[in-house]
Design a protein around this ligand. Structure first.
Ligand SMILES: *Cc1c(COP(=O)(O)O)cnc(C)c1O
Length: 237
């Protein structure tokens, strides 16, 4: 079990050296702490060290932690990101709590989130999840269908389309890790050439954050390297 201060320092160090290698400013890469399966005390401990953005991938877990940590009179004021699969009957709980959703992959879910976003909250910041390697069974819009979905989401009044997200198959080799990330970046560039203004590439996890940063990631989603391995979920995504 790594102490949270050492883990955070180590991850920040990895971000810094990858940015040095890529010739990028470390401030251009946001760190999202993926706190799924972790309890509220572990979130508080990381927050006390300056981490403000946290990601959850399971709606009941987001609801429980948000409602505990953000309750009046002393809400923590964290920025909550939803990074999991989203079903139509669970959108309201997310629309009422999250600042960001990274996993938009169909129009129906996007429309529901826009309709359900409370008027007194800022627009929901969203990324389209792209199945960039077109793996069967994998969530995400295909690269071919991405432009049509982007055009639709960009029109929804209570959503702000920020970028693309991907979750490629685990791969050990650094050079091979870069391939899907490079394709996601190229897809983002194509959309921007067609008039979008996407500023976010949500890509890179504990095992491949360097490859993602080399290919232009602006937001990396880190669980294991910050919190230690998840019990019973060696390959958990
Ligand atoms: C769990 C998860 C992560 C973090 O993965 P680690 O390998 O533990 O860093 C990132 N993104 C998504 C969508 C996840 O579900």
């Amino acid at each position: 079990m790594t102490a949270p201060d050492h883990a955070l320092k180590a991850v920040r160090g990895r971000i810094k050296s990858a940015c040095r290698e890529a010739g990028r400013d470390p401030a251009s890469v946001r760190l999202l702490a993926v706190s799924k399966t972790r309890d509220s005390d572990e979130i508080r401990a990381l927050h006390a060290l300056g981490q403000t953005a946290f990601g959850e991938n399971y709606v009941p877990e987001l609801v429980a932690k948000y409602d505990g940590l953000e309750a009046p009179p002393e809400p923590l004021g964290l920025e909550w990101h939803f990074v999991g699969a989203l079903q139509g009957n669970k959108t309201r709980a997310v629309a009422e709590r999250a600042a960001w959703v990274h996993t938009i992959d169909r129009e129906r879910i996007a429309r529901r989130l826009s309709e359900q976003r409370p008027a007194d909250m800022p627009p929901l910041q969203v990324c389209l999840q792209v199945n960039i390697s077109e793996e069967p069974q994998k969530a995400g819009v295909t690269p071919e269908a991405c432009a049509a979905l982007a055009a639709c989401v960009a029109e929804l009044p209570r959503l702000q389309l920020r970028g693309l997200m991907t979750l490629p198959a685990a791969e050990e080799d650094r050079q091979r890790q870069r391939e899907p990330f490079a394709r996601l970046r190229a897809l983002r560039d194509t959309l921007n050439e067609r008039g979008h203004t996407l500023d976010t590439l949500s890509m890179g996890m504990s095992g491949d954050l360097e490859a993602a940063i080399l290919e232009g990631a602006t937001l990396i989603r880190i669980g294991t390297a910050l919190f230690g391995p998840r019990p019973g979920h060696k390959e958990s995504k």
